[in-house]
Design a protein around this ligand. Structure first.
Ligand code: SF4
Length: 476
């Protein structure tokens, strides 16, 4: 049984579902139960919840319909209790106090679901989902917890190492000083992945060079640094924020290459990587796969084209996983699948689970022609791969993102309206493959539409080259 999410209570974990046969099921816990304490403590988030319930003895104080109940559960240490709780953070997500002009949340249209407008700056979401934190609200107590509980890796927005530039970009005077926390995290051996959102005319050119130099000087232990372009929607109201020109994109690609050489000679590794988008904007080939050093920043759109290509061409042993896009944490499950608890010594990372292709609606014949749906940035990657099959019955259908407009081209931000508009012009009876990256776990697009609202039946396919190749093989 699974409760609808609308029943969630924000300040206490609420049981959403119980796995049949689990210790929780055997002891009679039920969806809707509100967990007051675990082993005498009130868990603040799913991290503390996981640590406490990993114990062999778990005492739960539970509220159920006005009654207070107690459960004492004995199980193997590290064995899952079998409870899915209502959210990742129980004591409210820490929101950001910055006002970045480049913030995509400020560029959303009105009327979307409320959770999309949440500006979080919470190191716990950084650990659990890979959200980037600016550390402007980070505290000594947070540092102590991160270090004690080994919440590693974290993901930190750097943008600029010059304090004045960073403060100005974050529109927060604390922006200039908060990178001292980054230094402290690195001093304590916490792995940190950095990110630079490049805004043309603001932190590119000499500022970007100074930032790369600042990283070498002050933060050389960073795991990696993702260099990503500013995203602009048609709702952007900040005149200083604009898309890169091709020449500006070329400059960023060149700067990353130059600094990779510096980092390799001084640190023995490349450290910084440019987002795939930059190579598309600059009309340059993607770097060879071995220059991504194992694709540590795949989730941030770095090296996705090369991994997709290797997967599609049968050169990869498994799928690297999907990039859920800017709103990854909003639609992610409250209990991240890859978060398996600290007792086992695992770090949270993003799962690369491959969903099984799910036909929706009346399924066309297997021998029918196939349309592969993708965003404007996915098309130049997938197009040549599909073409290499030499199959005239398979075509790429490029979906323009008119909902967000601007330079929004990633497939993960496609909306139901955009896909519907594209499909309306396509013939019935064909197979249409939709990458799952544009859907939440419950099958909704960002605009709230569902796949079964589309004008043609679609097959939802995991967003990786192996899944696409497999979906196309079924036709043969
Ligand atoms: S820190 Fe992130 S969420 Fe906060 S305003 Fe800046 S871009 Fe937006």
């Amino acid at each position: 049984m699974t409760l609808p999410t609308s029943t969630r209570t924000p300040l206490a974990p609420v049981v959403v579902s119980i796995r049949p046969g689990s210790p929780a099921a055997e002891h009679g816990l039920a969806p809707g139960d509100e967990i007051a304490t675990v082993n005498g403590d009130v868990p603040r988030d799913v991290i503390e919840w996981q640590m406490a319930t990993d114990e062999a003895e778990v005492d739960l104080e539970v509220r159920r319909g006005g009654l207070d109940l107690s459960f004492s559960i004995t199980k193997r240490p590290g064995e899952s209790l079998g409870i899915e709780v209502s959210s990742a953070v129980f004591d409210r997500v820490r929101t950001c106090d910055n006002h970045c002009e480049f913030c995509f949340i400020y560029q959303l249209p009105k009327g979307m679901r409320r959770s999309l407008y949440l500006k979080d700056d919470d190191y716990r979401l950084s650990f659990l989902y890979g959200n980037f934190t600016t550390l402007t609200r980070f505290t000594e107590a947070d540092l102590e917890r991160v270090v004690t509980e080994r919440l590693s890796p974290l993901h930190v927005s750097i943008h600029a190492t010059d304090p004045d530039v960073r403060s100005e970009m974050l529109k927060n005077p604390r922006g200039g000083m908060s990178l001292r926390w980054l230094r402290a995290l690195l001093d304590h051996g916490i792995a940190v992945r950095g990110q630079i959102v490049v805004c043309p005319g603001i932190n590119d050119g000499p500022v970007l060079d100074a930032t790369f130099a600042g990283i070498l000087d002050r933060f050389p232990e960073l795991d990696s640094v993702a260099v990503v372009p500013l995203g602009i929607s048609r709702f952007n109201g900040e005149p200083a924020m604009r898309a890169h020109t091709r020449a500006e994109a070329e400059d960023v690609v060149d700067a990353v290459a130059d600094w990779q050489a510096v980092y390799r000679s001084t640190l023995g590794r490349r450290l910084a990587y440019a987002a795939d988008e930059y190579y598309l904007m600059a009309e340059r080939p993607f770097p060879p796969a071995d220059e991504y050093d194992g694709f540590p920043m795949h989730e941030d759109g770095i090296g996705m084209a090369r991994t997709f290509e290797a997967e599609f061409l049968g050169r990869a042993s498994g799928a690297t996983g999907v990039q859920r896009g800017f709103f990854a944490a909003v639609d992610a499950p409250p209990n991240p699948a890859a978060y398996t608890g600290l007792r086992a010594g695992h770090c949270a990372d993003h799962g690369s689970e491959t969903d099984v292709s799910a036909p929706v609606g009346l399924r066309p014949r297997r021998s029918a022609p196939v349309g592969v749906l993708t965003g404007t940035l996915g098309a130049p990657v997938i197009g040549p791969l599909v073409e290499s099959l030499g199959r005239p019955d398979v075509r790429v259908l490029t979906v323009r993102n008119e909902f967000f407009g601007g330079n929004t081209g990633v497939t993960g931000l496609l909306t139901g309206d955009d896909v519907a508009r594209t499909l309306t012009d396509e013939p019935e009876g064909h197979r249409y493959l939709l990458p799952d990256v544009c859907l939440s776990d419950d099958g909704r697009f960002l605009d709230g539409r569902r796949v079964d609202d589309l004008p043609r039946p679609v097959e939802v396919v995991a967003t990786d080259g192996i899944a696409l190749r497999t979906a196309l093989e079924r036709h043969e």
